[in-house]
Design a protein around this ligand. Sequence first.
Ligand code: SF4
Length: 323
Amino acid sequence: MASEILLEARNLTKYFPVTKGLIFTKQIGAVKAVDGISFTINKGETFGLVGESGCGKTTTSRLILLLEKITSGTILFQGKDLNEMPRDEFEHYRASVQAVFQDPYSSLSPRMKVGKIIAEPLIINGGLGGKEIEERVASLLDLVGLRKDAPILYPHEFSGGQRQRIAIARALAPDPEIIILDEPVSALDVSIRAQIMNLLREIQKKTQNTFLLIAHDLAVVKHMSNRIGVMYLGKLVEVAESEELCSHPVHPYTQALLSAALPSHPDIVRELIILPGDVPSPLNPPKGCRFHTRCFKPLPICSEQTPPLKEISSGHLVSCHLA
Ligand code: SF4
């Protein structure tokens, strides 16, 4: 059965203007944070976006969350362009997209009790009475594995992992269509990362939610995702099913990322690929393939022409002149 596309990004672009001058400001350039990327997220799947810090994955999630204005390109939700949606459908989209952020210490208000934190999106959306909200909060606490008296406590009375469970319960409260998980375990102790990842997988099985997972660690993304998109300097360089991407990475950057990720089995031995230099500035990205300044097998064409993202086998897309 064909997968149903829930969300689609078409040529999504976000440039942040760089200006000079205090009173009479003049634009002198633009940080090309996200530069014309296209991808789809299917209903009920986890789509992972992976790449080094500054590659544009968090900006992409902020565009989907409407926290940043799109420079050009579009987002389609359930086949409809957000720019052309009537107001009521746009408000429905806003409530349908929730997020869990990296730092459970700063993402929860320290002055609000946990019950209020989780209930807040329900109160804002309206439609439910006090008793129904209390019942919904209790069932969400049960779903994320938190104690029954949690609603009367404050976030500081919980550990980091428990706070992330509170953040997950809050994101689930309005019964969203898609939850953006932005580095959901990277601020947690290594010992509890697996617990939170497994919890998210269990929740997805029960609720059929769709996840967009943003992470820099390919091992985390592989563990959680059905499909993975790899980003480098504002561009998508490879997209494939998780198993396919990790067993047959084609783009040299994906190969390097994978070589640095912890293998899933201690018997798996990989040759570590160390990339030369640093990621170039997104203010002035290299011409041609953006990865050519660090690539370990570049061709003469690579510094001249940008390789298109093309399908090399079913559902496996790569942007590389070698592919
Ligand atoms: Fe390397 Fe060229 Fe492929 Fe870019 S297009 S990844 S520089 S081989």
